[in-house]
Ligand binder design. Structure first.
Ligand code: HEM
Length: 523
C-alpha cells in the first residue's frame, strides 16, 4: 500500500513537474507579446510531424497560414520557441540591414562527431566563414562556370539518350532520372569522376548519394533542433547525414585529391579550382555581386580579418557540401520543371519552340551563349523554383537581442528564426492563383509589382546560395536537351497531390513523379 502511495505521489510530481516545464517554456511568446499558435503539452506544434502525418514543409506552410495576418509570429518545436517571419519588408531587415543579428543559421553541428560538416553552410558567420565565402565565391564566377559547361553538356546528352530509349507510353519516374543526371553532373564537376549513373543506376556513388536524403528518424529529430551530448550522438548515429555515407565521400575525395596532386592532373572542374585555392596564398577578392541585395558590402559586414589557411580537410568538407547542398536541391527543381511542363503542353511547346529557334541560329550547337538567349526557359525555371522551392524554409538564429522594427518587442539572443519560403511563395497576396504554373510572373514588369523578398528560392543577403548560377545552368542544360528532341506528358499512374519528403524541410517528392513520352506537337 505504502509503495502504491509512493508510486502515485512520484507520478503526480513528475507530471506536475513536466506540466510546469512545458507551461514555462510555452509562455515565451506570450511574455514577449508575440502572436503565436497554441502549443500542445511538451510537443508544442510539431505533433503531426513526429507522428509522420505531415512533412516539415507542410507544417511550415500551415503555420504560415495560421499566423495570417501577422507580420511575424511564434510556434514551438517541442519546448523550443521558433519565430516565423512572414513579412517581406521585415525580411529585408533580417537578410541585409540587420544581418549582423541574423548571420547564423542555427544549425548546431558537433564538429567532433561530424567533421565533414565544418563547412560554409553550417558555420557561424565569423571570420573563417567570411574567408571561405570570399574564396569560394571565386569558383562560381561566370568565367569559371563556363569551364564546367562542357562537362555538364555531356551529362545532358546522356540524359536525352536514356530518355529516348524508353518505349513510347511507358511510365517512368522522372525524379529518378533527374537524380541520376544531377549526380552525374556533381560527380563530374565536383568530384572529378565520370559516374555515369544515367547508364549505370546501381553505381556505388549514386547509391551512397541517395543515402544523404534517405528518411532517418535521427535526421528528422535533428531538423527539429534537438541535440544530444556528443557521445550519445555518435552512439545513436544522430547525425544529419549518416556517418557511413560521410566516411565514404571523405575517403573518395581524399584519394582523388591525392591522385591529382601526385599526377598533376588538370580537369577544369571545381576540384581543380579548390586545389588551386588551397595551393595559393589568400587573395583579396571583391565582394560585390551585380545584385545589391546580395552583396557582402551591402549588409554591414567587414572584410575577413584572418588569413585562415584553406586546408585539405576544409577542401574535402566544402566539396562534400557542394554535393549535399547541390544534389537534392537541383534534382528536385529539375524534376518539378519536367512535371509542370508535362502538365502544361502549351508552355512545353513554347519552350521547345524557343530552344529550336535559338539553336537554329547557333548551328544546332548548345553553347553557353545560346543558353543565355533562351529567356523564356529562364522564366520557366524561376516559376518552378517559386512553386516548388526545394528548400522550403530557411533558418537563422539571432546572435544578439533584436528589437523587431516598428514594434516594442525585443526577442532575446539565440532566438531560432524560420523564414517560411514555401508559405510566402504560395501566398495569393504575392502570387495570385498561386497553384497555377505561370512563367510570365517573372517578366521584369510582373516582378516589379511584388516585394523583392517575396521570392527566396536561394535565400538572400550575404548568405544566399553560392551555387545558384551553377544550379540554374545545370537545370537549363537538362531541359534544353530533353525538350529539343522529346515531348512528355503526365502518366495516368501519377498520384496527386505530390507528397513531400518528411526528413528535412525540403520539397523533394516522397513518391515517384511519373511521366510518359508522347509525340512532339507540330508548329
Ligand atoms: C536549385 C538548386 C539550389 C537551391 C534551391 C539552393 C538553395 C539554397 C538556399 C535556400 C540556401 C540558404 C540561403 C540563405 O540562408 O539565405 C543555400 C545555401 C547554400 N547553397 Fe544552395 N541551393 C541550390 C543549389 C546549390 C548548389 C548546386 C550548390 C553548390 C554547388 C549550393 C551551395 C550552397 C552553399 C555552399 C550554401 C551556403 C552559403 C553560405 O552560408 O555562405 N547550392 N542554398
Amino acid at each position: 500500500m505504502d509503495f502504491l502511495l509512493f508510486a502515485i505521489l512520484l507520478t503526480t510530481s513528475l507530471v506536475l513537474c513536466l506540466y510546469w516545464i512545458s507551461k514555462k517554456a510555452h509562455s515565451f511568446f506570450e511574455n514577449l507579446g508575440v502572436p503565436h499558435l497554441r502549443p500542445k503539452f511538451i510537443l508544442g506544434d510539431v505533433t503531426s510531424v513526429i507522428l509522420l502525418r505531415k512533412s516539415l514543409t507542410n507544417l511550415s506552410l500551415e503555420i504560415y497560414k495560421q499566423l495570417e495576418p501577422h507580420k511575424f509570429g511564434g510556434a514551438y518545436a517541442f519546448l523550443k520557441p521558433v519565430l516565423f517571419i512572414r513579412d517581406p519588408e521585415l525580411l529585408r531587415n533580417i537578410f541585409t540591414q540587420d544581418f549582423a543579428h541574423f548571420n547564423d543559421r542555427g544549425l548546431d553541428i558537433d564538429m567532433e562527431v561530424e567533421p565533414l560538416s565544418h563547412n560554409l553552410l553550417t558555420m557561424k558567420a565569423n571570420d573563417e566563414w567570411k574567408f571561405l565565402r570570399t574564396k569560394l565565391a571565386t569558383i562560381f564566377t561566370p568565367a569559371k562556370l563556363k569551364m564546367t559547361f562542357p562537362l555538364i553538356i555531356k551529362c545532358g546528352e546522356k540524359l536525352t539518350q536514356v530518355l529516348d530509349r524508353i518505349p513510347p507510353d511507358e511510365s517512368f519516374d522522372i525524379k529518378d532520372f533527374s537524380m541520376r543526371y544531377t549526380i552525374d553532373v556533381i560527380g563530374n564537376c565536383v568530384f572529378g569522376l565520370d559516374i555515369n549513373s544515367l547508364e549505370n543506376p546501381k553505381s556505388e556513388f549514386r547509391l551512397m548519394g541517395s543515402n544523404v536524403m534517405k528518411f532517418r528518424f535521427a535526421t528528422l529529430v535533428r531538423s527539429l533542433q534537438m541535440k544530444l551530448p556528443s557521445f550519445l550522438m555518435r552512439l545513436l548515429n544522430m547525425t544529419f547525414v549518416d556517418l557511413r555515407t560521410q566516411n565514404y565521400f571523405r575517403d573518395l575525395l581524399q584519394k582523388t585529391v591525392e591522385y591529382r596532386q601526385q599526377n598533376n592532373i588538370i580537369r577544369d572542374d571545381f576540384l581543380d579550382l579548390l586545389i588551386a585555392l588551397k595551393n595559393t596564398t589568400p587573395v583579396k577578392e571583391s565582394h560585390n555581386t551585380d545584385d545589391p541585395e546580395k552583396s557582402l558590402d551591402g549588409a554591414n559586414i567587414n572584410e575577413p580579418k584572418t588569413d585562415t589557411k584553406f586546408t585539405d580537410q576544409s577542401l574535402i568538407a566544402q566539396s562534400f557540401l557542394f554535393f549535399v547542398a547541390g544534389f537534392e536541391t537541383s534534382s528536385t527543381a529539375l524534376c518539378y520543371a519536367f512535371l509542370e511542363l508535362s502538365l502544361n503542353p502549351d508552355i512545353q511547346d513554347k519552350v521547345r519552340q524557343e530552344v529550336i529557334s535559338v539553336l537554329s541560329t547557333n548551328g544546332g550547337q548548345i553553347t553557353y551563349d545560346a543558353l543565355k538567349q533562351m529567356t523564356y526557359l529562364d522564366l520557366v525555371i524561376l516559376e518552378t523554383l517559386r512553386k516548388y522551392p526545394p528548400v522550403g524554409s530557411i533558418t537563422r538564429k539571432s546572435t544578439q537581442d533584436y528589437k523587431i522594427p516598428n514594434t516594442d518587442i525585443i526577442t532575446p539572443k539565440d532566438t531560432f528564426t524560420v523564414i517560411p519560403v514555401y508559405g510566402i511563395h504560395s501566398d495569393e497576396k504575392y502570387y495570385p492563383n498561386a497553384q497555377q504554373f505561370q512563367p510570365e510572373r517573372f517578366t521584369e514588369e510582373e516582378k516589379s509589382k511584388r516585394p523583392y523578398f517575396a521570392y527566396l528560392p536561394f535565400g538572400a543577403g550575404p548568405r544566399h546560395c553560392i551555387g545558384s548560377s551553377f544550379a540554374k545552368m545545370t537545370i537549363k542544360i537538362a531541359l534544353v536537351h530533353a525538350f529539343r528532341d522529346l515531348s512528355f506528358q503526365v502518366s495516368p499512374q501519377m498520384k496527386f497531390p505530390v507528397e513531400f519528403n518528411k526528413n528535412f524541410g525540403f520539397l523533394t517528392p516522397s513518391r515517384g513523379v511519373l511521366l510518359a513520352k508522347n509525340e512532339p506537337r507540330k508548329f
